[in-house]
Design a protein around this ligand. Structure first.
Ligand SMILES: NC(=O)c1ccc[n+]([C@@H]2O[C@H](COP(=O)([O-])OP(=O)(O)OC[C@H]3O[C@@H](n4cnc5c(N)ncnc54)[C@H](O)[C@@H]3O)[C@@H](O)[C@H]2O)c1
Length: 295
């Protein structure tokens, strides 16, 4: 873990939960930590804890869904510590829950802006700075097991986390020739306050419909699962091990392979059906064309 010593990491949503645990864990390895978060009180508590632990750090109140806030965050990181070597796009929210046909549209916008655009803005701001200095760097996007398969009545969370998985795959191809290692962290349940993420729901995304009994039941179930999830310290140990080994997909719950195996099986069956279909016989026999230019 010597390679992290003296390097600088920006951790969004770093004031609580997984982000705070990563701030402590990476700080203990000698990294300078920029804790970026929307919640001022949580930031103050996190800053105090990191000071007690002797972690080199600074904090910044920002909203990942606002591009300019990323400019301020990157500028502060460079001013305080010089080059940025790691970005952990960790801030995330539950989004609007509900069955199809009962859309909480502002909850969708909230999830898209924070869980997806927050990751896009973060990477778009920081990756060019990493490319410029050219040293070994890490881009870690925090998705979820929910992004590896669908979760009923959690469409906005599922869709945005699936998008983060796909983005990571695209970016790791784009950055393959650079010194930036790209990975996606996809945990299942971890003991944090993610089930109370409405505490950080900005007023511009105020809910337009009240959650019905089905949503309340689902929310209660996922709250119980989160409360019985793994400890953040265990997650951090797994992340550090995976980063050192340059893993692209960072998983914390091996049993959830059942979920992705089931999905892979269904996808394989769908390809088999297409391969024997007379309708696409000519397509099946034509050479395969990839949709990007390789020069
Ligand atoms: N806890 C789990 O079971 C679990 C499972 C899979 C994935 N995740 C993902 O892990 C990440 C961290 O979540 P957590 O479980 O630690 O939850 P958490 O609610 O404990 O922490 C989230 C942090 O993000 C901050 N935040 C929220 N909105 C923000 C915004 N717009 N801008 C900046 N900061 C913002 C919060 O203030 C908080 O400090 C999220 O992306 C979440 O989706 C969590």
């Amino acid at each position: 873990m010597q390679e992290f010593m003296g390097k600088t990491a920006i951790i969004s949503g770093g004031a609580e939960g997984i982000g705070l645990a990563l701030s402590k864990g990476l700080g203990a390895l000698g990294m300078n930590i920029v804790v970026a978060d929307i919640e001022a009180k949580a930031l103050a508590r996190a800053g105090q804890r990191l000071t007690e632990l002797g972690v080199e750090h600074c904090t910044i109140e920002m909203d990942v869904a606002i591009r300019d806030d990323w400019q301020r965050t990157a500028a502060l990181a460079e001013e305080r510590f010089g080059d940025i070597h790691m970005l952990i796009n960790n801030a995330g929210v539950g989004g609007g829950m509900g069955a199809l046909g009962n859309l909480d549209e502002s909850g969708w916008r909230w999830a898209i802006d924070v869980n997806l655009m927050g990751v896009v803005y973060g990477a778009d701001t920081v990756v060019p700075l990493m490319k410029k200095h050219g040293e070994q760097a890490w881009l870690v996007n925090v998705a979820s097991m929910a992004g590896m398969a669908g979760v009923p009545m959690a469409g906005s969370y599922t869709a945005t986390k699936a998008a983060v998985v796909a983005l990571t795959e695209a970016w790791s191809m784009e950055l393959a020739a650079s010194a930036i290692h790209v990975s996606v962290l996809a945990p299942a349940f971890v003991k944090t306050r993610i089930h109370q993420s409405h505490r950080n729901r900005q007023s511009r995304y105020a809910a337009t419909i009240a959650p019905g009994p089905e949503v309340m039941r689902l929310a209660k179930g996922s709250a119980t699962a989160v409360e019985n999830g793994i400890d953040t310290e265990l997650l951090v140990a797994r992340v550090l091990e995976a980063l050192a080994a340059r893993e692209r997909y960072i998983f914390t719950h091996p049993k959830y392979r059942l979920v992705t195996d089931d999905r892979s099986h269904n996808i394989a069956q769908a390809f088999t059906a297409a391969a024997v279909s007379p309708v696409v016989k000519d397509v099946a026999e034509a050479p395969m064309v990839m949709g990007f230019v390789d020069d």
